[in-house]
Design a protein around this ligand. Structure first.
Ligand code: NA7
Length: 546
């Protein structure tokens, strides 16, 4: 073992190369826990982070209304019982500021920042066959030799601007929800345009509408959203939950989506219309996405079953939005419920009843260009003081491919993945020994409670590193056969569901030219964990160790 601070080696150009056990990219929840875990096992590690502090996606996504749509009692670390007990979440769904405070609390509590370098971007990484180590460089001049290279870069961290001609022509203010100004923005009295109607837009639009003189929303695809029914936590209920937190977490780890929920036993099609209506009413009123998607056992696999739930939500939208044309424009009909990431909102649909809010259907009048004064569609030109891009992310692979990662024989990861990501278990990829991906493509990742999946991957990767150390081996890498089998399995399981039928960021459809591949594993968090554990228990079957 080596220590980052003690082991400078001379480099060819005379500068010093640091040697270390692990370089971790990213100081979000995965990078923070990875560092803590490795320290506890006696590995040396450094975290490089482009932002000025911890938090990952919660550092950047500071737009008004930003919240996690997994309940705070689930979207939190479970690795430390004291941490779990001492932190009190204020609300059912935590706000971005509260989540960021939590990240900072964890960083302080475990003294993580002493091995983190902020405002530092990794610029390249390459595997050296002769040493079986990675050489990693940063834009701050770091040059590091690491045995393990761990990508903790997050699934939704490379933001994406819309492809509109003249995007730089606009003379007003332009914002992206994915990197919102830290000092905040006040739209009072302004004419504001928002492009996009995904989760970020659905959370922020009701707040923009309260501030702006006029708000115009440009919608390409309507999304399903349920009311969040957010509320402060009841202290007594929290006390009771905390008393059984270990059992609660265990239920999450063995569940389908990483959130405790009873497994549905019935098909939506085997019950009466009245019974379905009551069930959907309960799901809708509870404000739980998982509760709604798991109301019946075939909602994500059977179109006819899904139609019943989708129609229920459409009816609710029609019940909220007073203008029938606007309601129809907002009611999603081009994809089954849940196959594009559904949302939770506070007053989203009702916002369209306000006199200062206008919805533009880009399916009818497409975007043509941005102009000096605003946005031109095929219908007309709109003048704005500010434009907000709520246009999402190059999800799941964007940050993995943001810089050159060179594996064996000079192979670049982006070349290997031209037809879509190929991984073994979503944690490793053939030809790139000791390159680890936390919640990488091919794992449950974005189809799960990320915290549960992050912890599972961190623990698994740390075990694999320990195994290598205990066996005096330097590297491990999946075989092409194991990777092919897993990648085929991910696709086959995906194909049993309705997910591939939608144009979603799960499929890469939001990024022009991105291969159309269903990138997440939908076999279930519990099933996936079992498979990972079996592989570890069988001396890392499917990996070659050197
Ligand atoms: P999303 O969910 O990817 O939403 C992006 C939105 O922007 C979506 O409505 C897109 O329409 C729209 N979009 C993207 N590009 C364009 C262009 N060129 N023209 C018009 N409209 C466009 O990102 P979010 O940030 O809202 O949420 C990401 C995740 O964060 C969310 O799912 C949660 O998991 C948390 P499209 O649907 O592609 O037609």
């Amino acid at each position: 073992m080596t220590d980052l601070h003690d082991a400078p080696l001379p480099a060819a150009d005379g500068a010093s190369v640091q040697t270390i056990d692990a370089v971790i990219v990213g100081a979000g929840f995965s990078g923070m826990y990875m560092l803590h875990k490795l320290r506890g096992l006696g590995f040396s590690a450094v975290v490089y982070e482009a932002a000025a502090d911890v938090g990952g996606t919660w550092y950047w996504n500071r737009y008004p209304g930003a919240r996690c749509d997994v309940e705070s009692i689930n979207y939190s670390y479970s690795f430390d019982a004291d941490l779990e007990q001492e932190w009190d979440w204020a609300e059912r769904y935590a706000t971005q500021p509260e989540i960021l405070r939590y990240a900072n609390h964890v960083a302080d509590r475990f003294d993580l920042r002493r091995d983190m370098k902020f405002s530092t971007r990794v610029t390249a990484a390459s595997f050296d066959e002769s040493t079986q180590r990675w050489t990693i460089t940063t834009d701050q001049g770091d040059d590091v030799s690491a045995q393990h290279f761990i990508m903790a870069v997050g699934c939704l961290s490379t933001s994406k601007t819309p492809e509109i001609p003249g995007i730089d022509a606009f003379h007003g203010n332009v914002y992206h929800t994915g990197h919102w100004p830290h000092q905040g923005v006040d739209f009072t009295g302004q004419r504001v345009g928002v492009i996009g109607t995904g989760s970020s837009a659905i959370q922020s639009i009701p707040i923009f509408a309260e501030q702006a003189a006029q708000l115009t929303v440009f919608q390409r695809t309507p999304n399903f959203s349920l009311p969040a029914k957010n509320a402060p936590h009841d202290p007594e209920a929290m006390k009771a939950l905390k008393a059984r937190y270990p059992e609660h977490r265990q239920e999450a780890r063995t569940s389908g989506f990483g959130v405790p929920n009873p497994e549905p036993q019935k098909s939506a099609l085997e019950v009466s219309a009245d019974e379905r209506e009551r069930t959907y009413h309960d799901g809708f009123e509870k404000g739980s996405l998982v509760g709604m998607l798991l109301a019946y056992n075939d909602l994500i696999t059977d179109k006819a079953a899904n139609d019943t739930a989708a129609e229920y939500v459409r009816q609710r939208i029609r019940g909220i939005v007073t203008d029938p044309d606007v309601a129809e424009t907002l009611a999603p009909k081009d994809h089954p419920l849940g196959t594009k990431r559904p949302c939770l909102d506070t007053n989203y649909y009702a916002t369209y009843n306000r006199p200062n809010v206008e919805l533009i259907d880009l399916r009818k009048t497409p975007l043509v260009e941005m102009t000096e004064r605003g946005i031109r569609t095929s219908g007309r030109e709109f003048e704005f003081d500010s434009i907000v891009f709520a246009t999402g992310f190059d999800a799941m692979t964007g940050s993995l491919l943001a810089f050159d990662i060179k594996g064996r024989d000079g192979m670049l990861l982006k070349d290997k993945w031209t037809a879509g990501p190929r991984t073994y278990l979503g944690v490793a990829t053939a030809g790139f020994p000791n390159l680890w991906m936390i919640t990488g493509p091919g794992s449950p990742s974005v189809l799960s409670n990320m915290m549960i999946s992050i912890e599972q991957h961190v623990d698994w990767i740390a075990d694999a590193m320990t195994y290598l150390r205990d066996h005096d081996q330097r590297a491990m890498n999946p075989t092409a056969a194991a990777e092919n089998e897993w990648t085929d399995h991910v696709t086959e399981v995906g194909d049993t569901t309705l997910y591939p039928s939608a144009n979603s960021w799960y499929m890469g459809s939001n990024v022009p030219g991105k291969p159309r591949v269903f990138m997440a594993y939908i076999g279930g968090v519990g099933v996936y964990r079992e498979r990972c554990d079996e592989i570890a228990a069988s001396d890392y079957e499917g990996f070659i160790r050197t």
